[in-house]
Design a protein around this ligand. Structure first.
Ligand code: ADP
Ligand code: MG
Length: 565
């Protein structure tokens, strides 16, 4: 529908036919409701006792996970405000790796609390200002609470990796996996002044269904999910000299249509010989450099394979570009595009290149590389879905260990820092003048949604838990949180439940930014291409949104927006 205003009896048409507009309080209500639904979906999966979700995509592929970012990615949200929550899960995943569910829950809680303030006629701008100040206060107080760790102190890093994995399906095997994760990050970390930087691209993660999670292993080097190209080639080369080629070892087809007329068998023979000779020259160039292993990004002709096999060169073809880059870094080889450029100084080194059997496949292992930073985590589990979830858990764990290596501060888990910050904010809020005080108090209440969800998911009484937590924290037990496994309120340090401060800061920033952004919207204008219901209008809502006042009746004449406009 188009928006029309009547000016001296002349209708002014601003929007295209088919566009929709929701204004003022209705727009806010609508956006808040959508965001709350998203938070509602993920809240049951928070913490070690959280439930998993089974997600089926349009092709029928099933994903089972409790990872916030993955859940939201898979459910393909339509509503524009809900999409913003999906985005904060994504950005949290990229920035710090863990805490995606928490960020979404916190944003949902902030909006829910804001709704009650809006009903009391507190202006959105006031709420936004109050929230921003409270978010800064929360981060400040967490900074005071946080403890420094030595960046390469393995026991502390193990605790952090294990806390992150506690909440995933891999909990039972978290000892072994955490060890692998910490070793890999330590291997990849580079000291930079007093701090470390860690490029997680140095850590390659390969997964293969079969066996059990405990069969997973760490390989000091690179694993390629490809086999040696020719059966006549050696399957194991020690002290290997490695050539990396990103051009095909084949005769190039000409771009123009050319015709060759062959009239005698001799001509045919010499034509084929010529082709063979060209391939042999190519292979000779490679062998001439002293290479004993060839990794090629493109295809390799049968004849070229034969010559390489005859020369005893272990060759793998069709390697992914990303893997070739990793190999270049690991073995100090240079990737060569033009074979004429290939020389001995372009070769890389590894102590061992070997083909090994992984279930029904054969994979090539490159171990003892010149650059010891490259490691591969080879993940195993009973089925594809489980191994996928193991990969996600390992990703989170790698990221949290990296976070602490780069920013060595930790806080407790189990909702302890959230309660701590909430208590601090409540005390400080009284010093604020005006209605921002109310917003700051609501911010504190929203932070408590994390321990609340943790205890709820653990089947504990949320009210009792929260009151016990508050009173213990007020007495100064700042590491008191919800021990979900024992279903009690206790000191998180003694149960080794610790998390990076960087994750908590990211959760607070991402959630408050998204909430503030949504609150500041008082007009949703959607243009549509088709005649179907526009997103944001009734019918375009996600399930459960019906009746949330998608479009107020009679959009032409706006309903009274009260103090909202
Ligand atoms: P997210 O995606 O936000 O990381 P998780 O499902 O991983 O969500 O849950 C993280 C929350 O679980 C954190 O607040 C963390 O402190 C808490 N947690 C992890 N292990 C425990 C535990 N054993 N007891 C209590 N809380 C825990
Ligand atoms: Mg987590």
């Amino acid at each position: 529908m188009s928006v029309q205003a009547t000016q001296a009896n002349m209708p002014v048409v601003l929007l295209k036919e088919g566009s929709s507009q929701t204004k003022g309080r209705d727009a806010q209500k609508n956006n808040i409701a959508a965001a709350k639904i998203i938070a509602e979906i993920v809240h049951t999966s928070l913490g070690p006792r959280g439930m998993d979700k089974m997600l089926v995509d349009s092709l029928g592929d099933v994903t089972i996970t409790n990872d916030g970012a993955t859940i939201l990615k898979e459910i393909d949200v339509q509503h524009p405000a809900a999409k913003m929550l999906v985005e904060i899960a994504k950005s949290t995943d990229n920035e710090v790796g863990d805490g995606t569910t928490s960020a979404v829950i916190l944003a949902g809680a902030l909006l829910e609390q804001a709704e009650s303030l809006l009903q009391q006629e507190v202006h959105p701008t006031v709420i936004v200002n109050g929230y921003r100040k409270a978010a800064n206060k929360a981060k400040e107080s967490l900074k005071d609470l946080a403890e420094q760790v030595t960046t390469n102190d393995k026991p502390s890093l193990l605790k952090i990796a294990k806390t992150s994995m506690q909440t995933k399906l891999v909990r039972k095997d978290s000892d072994k996996l955490a060890n692998m994760v910490v070793e890999s990050v330590l291997a990849a970390a580079v000291k930079d002044g007093d701090n470390y930087t860690c490029d997680i691209d140095d850590i390659k993660v390969e997964k293969k269904p079969g066996g059990s999670i405990s069969d997973s292993s760490i390989i000091q080097g690179i694993v390629l999910d490809k086999e040696v190209v020719h059966s006549g080639m050696p399957k194991k080369i020690t002290e290997s000299k490695i050539a990396l080629i990103n051009t095909a070892l084949e005769i190039e087809k000409t771009e123009i249509d050319a015709k060759i007329n062959i009239s005698t068998p001799d001509q045919m023979k010499s034509f084929l010989n010529e082709e063979n000779n060209m391939l042999k020259t190519m292979v000779d160039k490679v062998i001439g450099t002293g290479a004993t292993v060839v990794f090629c990004q493109k295809g390799i002709d049968d004849a070229a394979q034969h010559y390489l096999a005859k020369a005893g060169v272990l060759t793998v073809r069709r390697i992914k570009e990303s893997d070739l880059t990793k190999l270049a870094k690991a073995t100090s080889a240079r990737i060569v595009t033009n074979l004429d450029d290939l020389s001995e100084k372009d070769l890389g080194f590894a102590d061992l290149v070997e083909e090994r059997k992984i279930e029904e496949d054969r994979w090539v292992f490159v171990e003892g590389c010149k650059h010891p930073k490259s490691v591969t985590l080879l993940l195993r589990a009973g089925s594809q879905r489980v191994v996928d979830e193991v990969e996600r858990a390992v990703h989170d764990a790698i990221m949290v260990v990296k976070d602490v290596m780069e920013f060595p501060s930790i806080v407790a888990g189990g909702g302890a820092p959230e309660i701590f910050a909430a208590t601090k904010i409540r005390n400080w809020a009284n010093s604020l003048e005006g209605r921002e005080q109310l917003a700051a108090e609501k911010f504190a209440e929203s932070l408590e949604s994390i321990p609340l969800s943790l205890s709820e998911n653990a089947g504990m009484d949320p009210i009792d838990t929260l009151t016990t937590l508050r009173s213990k924290q007020l007495k100064g037990d700042s590491w008191t949180g919800v021990d979900v496994m024992k279903a009690e309120v206790s000191n998180m340090k003694s149960s080794d439940i610790v998390e990076p401060l960087a994750v908590k800061n990211q959760i607070i920033s991402a959630a408050s930014e998204a909430a503030c952004m949504i609150l500041r919207i008082d007009d949703v204008i959607a243009t549509t291409k088709s005649a179907g219901p526009p997103p944001g209008a009734e019918g375009g809502m996600p399930p459960g949104m019906g009746g949330m006042g998608g479009m107020p009746p009679g959009m032409g004449g706006m309903p009274d927006m009260g103090g909202m406009m």
